[in-house]
Design a protein around this ligand. Structure first.
Ligand SMILES: [Zn+2]
Length: 272
């Protein structure tokens, strides 16, 4: 079963931003709570990264999907409001950024419910979820369906949207290749990684965009305000959006928009 993209376009693409701030470092290693320098890497994302990214998206008149840690509604309400004011979609990215695979089912459900309620309280309409670090538990999909989610974006099994087996949920698949973190980010526990130039990552991403698009698929770029919000990478984002907009065969849409289309195109009970 395949999807026909709107306006006769050949493929789709979504820009996504995982707004973690310091929670990703705290979840990665509780000892980071005693390392304010390490946490400041995440603070940068909220303080500087989000505004620079929102400015770039606004200049291009492009809407993105922000997967937001629920805790950030409490820590950075002005940034969450700015994302919504920009017309962007907000989806759930846990409450504390703890991967569900490390939680009991009850703890996982409590995180999910709390984050969804906080983001809805901030004014977001929630239909989507992405697990922290793309780690899921055996009950994650059941919990998403129970709490009214319509799509997730955390599996890597395809280059096109699909329905999960035994669920109504739509999956919008991602891949580490199309994530800024492994190419650019350094910090405690990740100090051996070479930081790539923006030209290197631009080439990787553009080649993959061209490949997925040639196959009629959906390219999802996963970025983080604390990574992509560095000035050199905001320039990369600007070039990337320009290249996407230059393709008249590409539908640039939020994950929620793609998931809504996939729901109508992919019958329930079809896992592909
Ligand atoms: Zn994250």
């Amino acid at each position: 079963m395949s999807i026909s993209w709107p306006g006769g376009r050949k493929a789709a693409a979504s820009l996504t931003f995982d707004f973690d701030a310091e929670s990703v470092w705290l979840a990665m290693d509780p000892a980071n709570a005693g390392r304010p320098g390490a946490l400041s890497i995440g603070v940068y994302g909220a303080r500087v990264g989000v505004p620079l990214i929102l400015d770039t998206l606004a200049r291009h008149d492009v809407r993105a999907t922000f997967f937001v840690v629920g805790k950030n509604v409490e820590l950075y309400p002005d940034r969450v409001a700015a994302i919504l004011d920009g017309g962007h979609e907000i989806a759930v990215h846990g409450y504390t950024h703890t991967p569900p695979s490390l939680l009991t089912p009850d703890e996982e459900e409590a995180e999910l419910v709390k984050a969804k309620a906080l983001l809805e309280g901030a004014g977001a309409t929630i239909t989507g979820y992405r697990s922290p670090s793309w780690e899921v538990s055996p009950v994650t999909l059941d919990l998403l369906q129970k709490h009214g989610f319509r799509y997730s974006s955390q599996y890597m099994a395809d280059i096109r949207p699909y329905r999960h087996d035994h669920h109504d949920l739509i999956e919008l698949p991602i891949q580490w290749l199309l994530d800024d973190w492994p190419h650019f980010q350094m910090g405690p526990g990740q100090m051996n990684r070479p930081v790539q130039t923006t030209r290197h990552v631009e080439q990787l991403w553009m080649e993959e965009l061209e490949g997925i698009s040639a196959l009629g698929g959906h390219t999802i770029i996963t970025m983080h305000p604390q990574v992509m919000g560095r000035p050199s990478r905001v320039a990369l984002l600007d070039r990337l959006i320009g290249a996407m907009k230059a393709r008249d065969d590409l539908w640039i849409a939020t994950c929620g928009e793609v998931a809504a289309l996939a729901e109508t195109a992919l019958p329930k009970g079809s896992s592909r």
